[in-house]
Structures are given as C-alpha cells and as structure tokens.
Design a protein around this ligand. Structure first.
Ligand code: C2E
Ligand code: CA
Ligand code: CA
Length: 595
C-alpha cells in the first residue's frame, strides 16, 4: 500500500475516532443530564427510593429523602453501602434478612421494621420492595411511619391503661376476666372492688390536682401488694378492682386487711397529710356469678354495702343485696314514671295549737299514687330519690304544689295557715337552695311567712357550714325553720343556740311510747324545756291517743300533729273542711274546737 494511501486511511481513522469521541461525550453528557433530571425528580419525593444488590444487599442507589429520615446524607450511604443495615434495630435485623431471603422474584411485598436515626432516636419504617430478577436488584420505596405508629400505639395504650396511674383499666380487666373464664372455667377466683371513702371531699376542697396526686400514691401502694398472677385495675374516679387468683376466704381476708393497712399511713401532698380509708366489696367465682360483668357488679354491690355499714371495712357479696338493688331499681322506675306523668301529689296534715286547739298550719307530705303499682308512700321513695338525685326534681314539685295550696287557702279562708315542707339534705346542700326558694316565692307573690321548712337534725349537722348559711338566708327571707325528728340525731347544743331555728319537732318514736316508757316522757319534757329556754316552739308529731294528747298538753308542747287530729289528707278534703268548718280531729273528750 502506498504511503499516501496509508496516510489517508490514518486520517480517516482519526476523523472517525474524533467523531466517535465527540458522539461519546455527547452521549455521556446526555446521560448525565438525564440522570440529573431523574435525580431532581426522585430527590424531591418524600419517600426513600432505593435499590440494592440482591446478593450482597449493598446499596447501589438512593434518593435524597434518606437524609431526612436517617439523619445521614445520601452520600454517607453511597460511601458505605452497608450503612443502612447497621442502622436497623438489632431486634429487627433477622426479620429484615429473612424478608429478603424469601422475597419471590418478580413479586412486591411490604415490611415494617425499626431503625435508629443518627441521634439514636427510634424510627418505624414501612418498605414496599420488588425483586427485579433481570437486574439482580431489590428495588424499594420506604416511608417513615413513626408518627402514625406511635399514635396507634398510644391509642392501644389508652384503650387498656389508665394514663394517670398507669394501671390496667376497666376494659383490660374485662378482657383478662373473659379469657380467664374461657380458659380455666373450673378454677375459682375473687374480685375486690375498692372505693376510697369521702374522696369527693378532697377533690372538692383541695382541687383535682391534689386528688390526682393522692390517686397516684394509692395506686403505687396497691401495686406493692399485688403479685404477678393478680391484676390491679383502676375503674375510674377513686375506684379500683383487684383480681385475685384465689377464693380461699382466709387468704382474701388477709389480703383485704393488708389493703386496709395501706391507708393507715397518711397521704402527703405538698406537705399536707390526708387521712383516707377505703371500703371493699368482694365477689367470688363461681359462687356469686359466672360472668365477668355480674362478678364486677356484685363486688360493687358489696362495696356499697360496706359503705352503708359505716365505711372502712370489707364485705362479701350476698344474694340478698341483689334483692335490695332490684327493689331500688323498681322504685326508681316508678319515680321516673311519676315525674314524667305528673303522678306526684302533696297531702296535707293539720298542725294544731295545743293551747287553743286552733289550726295553725299543715305539713305537706308527698305521695306517689301510681296507676299500676298502687299508692306509694314517701318511706318507699324518698330515700331512693335522695340517692339518685331525683329528690331535687321532687322538691321543686313540692314547692309548686305547696304554693298552689297556699293560694287556694288564701282564696277560701280568712285566716292564714302556713305550710311546712320537708327538705332533704341533698336539697339543702345545693348552694343556691335558699335563694332560689325565696326567688320562687317572689315570682308566685307568696308571703314567705306562709311557708315553713322542716329539716332533719342530720341534714343540718352533717354539713353545718352550708346548712348554716342556707338557714340564715331563709330566716332573713322570712321563712321559719323546724328541726324535724328531733332527739334522734346528735345536735350540738352550741350550734342549736346559734342557728336560726324556730321549732323543734320531737321525733315520733318518743311520742309513741311517751306514756309507757319513763325515759321517753323525761326526754319529751326535757326537749320541751330546752326549746322554750332557747326561745323556740316545740311540736309533737305522731299523736295517736288521748293519753298522749293530755300528756303533751300538760307538758307545754305548743303544737300537735298526729292521726288523733287528722291523717294527711288531700287538698280537696282540706278545702271541704275549711269551707264547711268541719273539725279536723275528734278526740272523744274533744275540747272546744274552733278554726
Ligand atoms: P316526717 O317528716 O317525720 O313526717 C311525719 C310522718 O309521720 C308522715 O309520714 C306522717 O304521715 C306520719 N304521721 C303523722 N302522724 C302520724 C300518726 O299519728 N301515726 C303514724 N303512724 N304516723 C303519723 P309519711 O307521710 O309517710 O312521711 C314519711 C317521711 O317521708 C317524712 O317523715 C319525711 O321525712 C319524708 N317525706 C314525706 N314527704 C316528703 C317530701 O315532700 N320531701 C321530703 N324531702 N321528704 C318527705
Ligand atoms: Ca317532717
Ligand atoms: Ca318527723
């Protein structure tokens, strides 16, 4: 070949090389710009996009999002392709490894695992991973689910634990009991229902923060008594329930005694000591019930019995308690019926002056004539209404009907007669009771002198501060106050002298036997003297015989009330008596009767 030819070919070759080189660099440039474009797109996605070698699991590619989740940069991960594995929580490493080992080629699957961020913080990840067999890669998209995971864990925690004391809650206990009954139905056990005594007072007077501190401390002390095969739960408020894996009464007695012991040491909050006690009710499986709901209910019933018996003690459930509850619920439903359909009706029992035998006024006594259950007397429904709070509603009806009655008398008779209404402790302890009562009279344009209020000794003495201020408001408003069932409570004479009370009503039990039991006749005389010394008047209720009548008149009792004079009667009967001037009472040797 000629030289010139060689030169020409060389030239051609070098030209071709130059072209190829140029094209190569163009292609590389294109590739680079494409990969930058891709990086730009992938880099702005929140999720981590990555692929790893399917044999070595070393990282080949990852977008920028990894930085925000792990706290390392993308470059850190590319420089050390196994760094991502080192950040996996040790407990989850096996899980991740076996996931990759079992991932079917061509398929996509999800996995959740934990990693540690650069600052050590734990983070939950969710990855969707595809095995690309052709390229021998695992390709994945990963997101940070810590927030939602924590939230759902928190929800799960809240569903079964009490956040204040960190004890199991009612649902958790029920769940445990259900599974306990399902798996070992032949093995007996016991539940103890614990309720702190008078805890409401602490909450009301010291505030909820102090209350919470005390509950936390109670929980701590209880926890120390409970072993791993028992369950202590907080039922809300100041109520706790312990599940005991035993039904041996000696063991349970012992356990309850220990429970009582933890309350002997005062509970100190901000250096203030609080003395608490608790009442315990016990139910046993299978004797008392076979379902967890009934067992809890019965333990609660027994706890209430412990409260009723004077608190600070433990009581075993007995089926007779259930009957009392049935009765309570029955009466409660009758009360609700009565309120709904306006069945309640006030009766009126005359109060007569012992000296002049003239009518002074009436005591208003509530009745519940029920169309199907019959005529229900207050002894059956007042205590239920006091417990469930319906007494407030009933009290309002009493006031309305008493005012109607006063209006009726005013229209039909020249003399003013007062009406004495009975007021329960619950009503009296309503802060606005006295003001609202006076306000109501004002609206009805009724002179407060026509209304008297009868309160029992205990209603007044149990909460002397509130009761005292209510009594003063009533007195200033012009309402007279009588202390009912006097002699059965524990009135302090010091208070008696200070409170604005105008009448002492001697309890019926003393009048019943005033002619038979010497001590009762002495008591009646003594109360009569006491009342007069204190400038009060005295009433005897339950006067049934002439003998009683004479004794009471002789001993300067001012006012008499009882079947001898008249039973409680309806408004219509009173109206009839008032307009026809028929005497209300007819003792055989009736003295002169006049209205
Ligand atoms: P209380 O206030 O001591 O009323 C006197 C009770 O003795 C009344 O019974 C009356 O009917 C009865 N009684 C009066 N004289 C005689 C008598 O000579 N012999 C006998 N055996 N009983 C007599 P009642 O009406 O059944 O009321 C019982 C209790 O229920 C009342 O005792 C009172 O504490 C309560 N109560 C009645 N009505 C109301 C009310 O409207 N509100 C409230 N909070 N309590 C009421
Ligand atoms: Ca009364
Ligand atoms: Ca009474």
């Amino acid at each position: 070949m000629e030289n010139s030819e060689i030169n020409r070919l060389t030239q051609l070759l070098s030209d071709a090389k130059a072209v190829i080189k140029h094209q190569n660099s163009e292609l590389t440039g294109l590739l680079e710009s494409k990969s930058q474009e891709l990086e730009e797109i992938l880099g702005n996605i929140d999720q981590i996009i990555w692929y790893i070698d399917s044999q070595t699991l070393s990282l080949q590619y990852v977008n920028r999002a990894i930085g925000a989740v792990f706290g390392f940069t993308k470059e850190d991960f590319l420089a050390d392709p196994t760094l991502w594995q080192k950040r996996i929580h040790p407990d989850d490493r096996l899980l991740v490894r076996s996931f990759f080992e079992t991932l079917i080629p061509g398929a996509s699957q999800e996995i959740r695992f934990r990693i540690h961020r650069v600052n050590g913080e734990l983070c939950w990840l969710n990855s969707r991973i595809h095995h690309n067999e052709k390229l021998d890669l695992f390709v994945g998209i990963t997101s940070d689910i810590t927030q939602s995971k924590l939230q759902s864990e928190e929800i799960a925690f809240l569903a079964y634990y009490d956040p204040l004391t960190m004890l199991a809650n009612r649902s958790k206990l029920k769940l445990q009991l259900h599974s306990r009954l399902e798996h070992s139905p032949l093995i007996p056990f016991a539940l103890i229902y614990i309720d702190l005594d008078n805890f409401k007072n602490i909450n009301d007077t010291m505030g909820h923060e102090t209350g919470d501190q005390i509950l936390i401390e109670v929980a701590r002390r209880l926890r120390e008594l409970v072993t791993h095969d028992q369950l202590l739960s907080r039922f809300g408020g100041d109520e706790f329930v312990v599940y005991l894996n035993s039904s041996d009464p000696i063991y349970i007695d012992n356990f309850c005694t220990q429970l009582g012991e933890i309350f002997k040491i005062p509970f100190t909050v901000h250096d203030v000591p609080f003395f608490l006690s608790a009442s315990f009710g016990i139910s046993m499986y299978p004797e008392d019930a076979r379902s967890s709901e009934d067992l809890i209910k019965h333990a609660d019933t027994a706890m209430h019995e412990a409260k009723k018996n004077g608190k600070n003690q433990f009581v075993y459930y007995h089926s007779s308690m259930q009957r009392a509850i049935h009765n309570f619920l029955h009466v409660e439903s009758l009360i609700r019926d009565g309120l709904k359909h306006d069945f309640f009706e006030l009766y009126f029992q005359p109060l007569v002056s012992a000296e002049s035998l003239t009518l002074q006024g009436f005591e208003a006594l509530m009745r519940l004539p029920h169309p199907t259950a019959g005529f229900i007397t207050p002894d059956a429904f007042i205590s239920v209404a006091e417990k469930n709070g319906d007494i407030l509603h009933i009290g309002q009806i009493v006031l309305e009907q008493a005012c109607d009655f006063i209006e009726m008398v005013r229209l039909n008779h020249p003399d003013p007669f007062y009406v004495a209404i009975n007021v329960s402790a619950k009503q009296l302890h309503q802060v606005n009771f006295a003001h609202e009562l006076l306000e109501y009279l004002k609206i009805r344009a009724i002179d407060p002198h026509y209304l008297k209020v009868e309160l029992t000794e205990s209603a007044v003495m149990d909460n002397i501060e509130i009761a005292g201020s209510q009594l003063h408001t009533l007195k200033e408003g012009g309402i007279h106050i009588a202390l009912d069932d006097f002699g059965t409570g524990y009135s302090s004479f010091a208070y008696l002298a200070q409170l604005p009370i105008s009448t002492l009503k001697i309890d019926k039990s003393f009048i019943d036997t005033v002619c038979e039991i010497d001590s009762h006749s002495h008591i009646v005389k003594a109360i009569s003297n006491l009342a007069h010394v204190l400038g009060m008047s005295v009433t005897a209720e339950g006067v049934e015989t002439e003998q009683q009548f004479n004794f009471l008149v002789e001993n300067r009792i001012d006012t008499l009330q009882g079947y001898l004079l008249s039973k409680p009667i309806t408004k219509e009967e009173i109206l009839h008596n008032l307009t026809t001037f028929t005497p209300f009472f007819l003792p055989e040797k009736a003295l002169v009767y006049s209205i």
